[in-house]
Design a protein around this ligand. Structure first.
Ligand code: HEM
Length: 401
C-alpha cells in the first residue's frame, strides 16, 4: 500500500473531490465517529447529507446570526464581563456549545451554569475522542472517558430532547401542528427520516455527539486563533482596533485570513476504495492512503502570494479562491457549517448593513468591543495534548461592565 501526499492547492482540491476516496482519519475515534456523516461514503453519505442539509440553509443562518446568536452571546459573556476576564478557550467553548446544541437539537431546559458545565464536560470528551488521530494522550483513557460521557449525555440531554421531538412529530403527523412548528434541527430531521436513513439508537447518538463536538471544537479554536492575530495586529498598528470596530467587512476579512492560516485539522486523510486517479497525474491503487495537506495548500505562494505564510488581511486573493482557502474542506465532505461560521464572502456590491458575517466574526467583534486584551501576567499557552497547533489556554482581560 502506498501513501500519496498532496500539498498544492489544486492537488488538495483534486484529492478531496475524488469520490472513490473514503474518509480514513477517524477510525481511532470510532466510539464517536463510526457511521456518522463525516465517515460515511457513497449513497449512504449522500442520503444523510441531503436530509441534514434541510437545517443548514442560508436563510436560516442569516436568521440565526441576527436574531438568535446575539442574545446567546451576550448571556454567555455576562459572567466573564462581571469578573473582568476570560480564558478564551473556556469562554469560546461555552459560546459555541450553545450554537451547536441549537443546530444539533439538544435542549438545555435549565439554562443554568451547572447544566452548561455538564454538557461542556461531555462535548470535550467527544472532541478528544474524535480527534484521537492527532492526540498525544493515552488512547484507551480517552476512549473510556468518551464512552462514559456518551452515557451521561444520553441520559441527561439526548433522551429528553428526543422525546420532545418525537412528541412534536406525532402531533404534526396527526395534523395538530403545522410543519413550521417542528423544531428546526438535525435531531428532528433524522427522527423524521429514521427508517429511510436506516438509523439505530446508537448511530443517532453518535451522530448528535459528532455534531456537538464538530461545531463547538472548531468554532472555539478558530475564534481564539483569530483573536491572537488581531491582538498582534492591533499592537503593531495603532488605531486599528477602532478601525476594525467601525468596518465590519474589514473585520470579517481579518477573520477569513486567520481561518486560512488555521484549518481545523491540518490534513484530511482518505483511503482509496478502488483503483482511481487523482488529477491528471496520480494513479492510486485500492487501499492506498491519500493525505490532503490543507495547511500547506492554504499557504501556497503561487495562490496566496510570496507572504502566504504570514497574516496579511490586505493580500489580494485570486478569483475563484475563497479568502479562507480550503479550511472548511472541499468536495463531498465539505463543511456544512461553513457559511454559519465564516459568513458569506462579500462581493463588490455587498452592503455592510445587509451582510452575513459569520459567527466567528460576531464573537471576535464582541470581544474587541469589550476591550479584550492579553493579560501580561498570564500569557497564552499552546495545547500540548494534541499535534494540532491549537491554544490550550488564552487568558484575556475584559473591560468591567
Ligand atoms: C470554523 C469552524 C469550522 C471549521 C474550520 C470546520 C471545518 C470542517 C472541515 C475541514 C470539514 C471536512 C473534513 C474532511 O473533509 O475530512 C468539516 C465537515 C463538517 N462540518 Fe465543519 N467546520 C467548522 C464548523 C462547523 C459547524 C459550526 C458545524 C455545524 C453546526 C459543522 C458541521 C460539519 C459537518 C456536519 C461536517 C461533515 C460534512 C460531511 O461529511 O458531509 N462545522 N468541517
Amino acid at each position: 500500500m502506498s501513501e500519496h501526499l498532496f500539498q498544492s492547492f489544486r492537488g488538495v482540491q483534486d484529492a478531496l473531490r475524488n469520490t472513490d476516496l473514503e474518509q480514513s482519519m477517524y477510525t481511532a475515534g470510532a466510539i464517536i465517529m463510526d457511521d456518522v456523516l463525516l465517515t460515511l461514503h457513497g449513497a449512504e453519505h449522500h442520503r444523510r447529507r441531503t436530509a441534514s442539509f434541510k437545517v443548514f440553509g442560508r436563510g436560516y443562518f442569516r436568521y440565526y446570526e441576527r436574531d438568535v446568536f446575539p442574545a446567546t452571546l451576550s448571556r454567555t459573556l455576562e459572567p466573564f464581563l462581571a469578573q473582568g476576564g476570560a480564558d478564551l478557550i473556556d469562554c469560546g467553548y461555552r459560546v459555541t456549545l450553545n450554537l451547536t446544541a441549537d443546530f444539533a437539537g439538544i435542549d438545555r431546559p435549565e439554562q443554568s451554569p451547572a447544566e452548561t458545565a455538564a454538557l461542556l464536560h461531555c462535548v470535550k470528551r467527544f472532541s478528544e475522542a474524535a480527534t484521537l488521530f492527532h492526540s498525544k494522550r493515552d488512547h484507551a483513557e480517552v476512549i473510556a472517558a468518551a464512552g462514559a460521557a456518551l452515557e451521561e449525555f444520553d441520559a441527561r440531554f439526548l433522551a429528553p430532547s428526543k422525546a420532545r421531538r418525537e412528541a412534536a412529530l406525532a402531533r404534526f403527523a396527526a395534523g395538530e401542528i403545522p410543519e413550521d412548528e417542528l423544531p428546526r434541527d438535525v435531531l428532528t430531521v433524522l427522527l423524521r427520516s429514521y427508517a429511510e436513513l436506516e438509523l439505530s439508537p446508537e448511530i443517532l447518538r453518535r451522530e448528535i455527539a459528532f455534531y456537538m463536538q464538530a461545531g463547538a471544537h472548531s468554532t472555539a479554536n478558530s475564534t481564539v486563533h483569530a483573536m491572537h492575530h488581531i491582538l498582534d495586529w492591533c499592537e503593531a498598528h495603532p488605531g486599528s482596533r477602532a478601525q476594525l470596530l467601525e468596518d465590519r467587512l474589514l473585520l470579517q476579512r481579518f477573520v477569513h485570513e486567520s481561518l486560512r492560516l488555521h484549518p481545523a485539522s491540518p490534513v484530511a486523510r482518505r483511503r482509496a476504495g478502488c483503483p482511481t486517479q487523482i488529477g491528471t497525474q496520480t494513479a492510486v491503487d485500492a487501499g492506498d492512503d491519500v493525505i490532503a495537506d490543507i495547511h500547506a495548500a492554504n499557504r501556497e505562494s503561487a495562490v496566496f502570494g510570496a507572504d502566504a505564510g504570514e497574516f496579511n488581511p490586505y493580500r489580494s486573493i485570486p478569483a475563484g479562491v475563497w479568502p479562507f482557502g480550503l479550511t472548511f474542506g472541499f468536495g463531498m465532505h465539505a463543511c456544512m457549517g461553513r457559511d454559519l461560521d465564516g459568513g458569506v464572502v462579500p462581493r463588490a456590491d455587498t452592503r455592510a448593513d445587509d451582510h452575513q458575517y459569520g459567527i466567528v466574526m460576531l464573537f471576535v467583534e464582541s470581544l474587541l468591543r469589550h476591550g479584550a486584551r492579553r493579560d501580561p501576567a498570564n500569557p497564552p499557552l499552546p495545547d500540548t495534548s494534541t499535534q494540532r497547533p491549537n491554544w490550550g489556554r488564552y487568558p484575556v482581560l475584559l473591560d468591567p461592565r
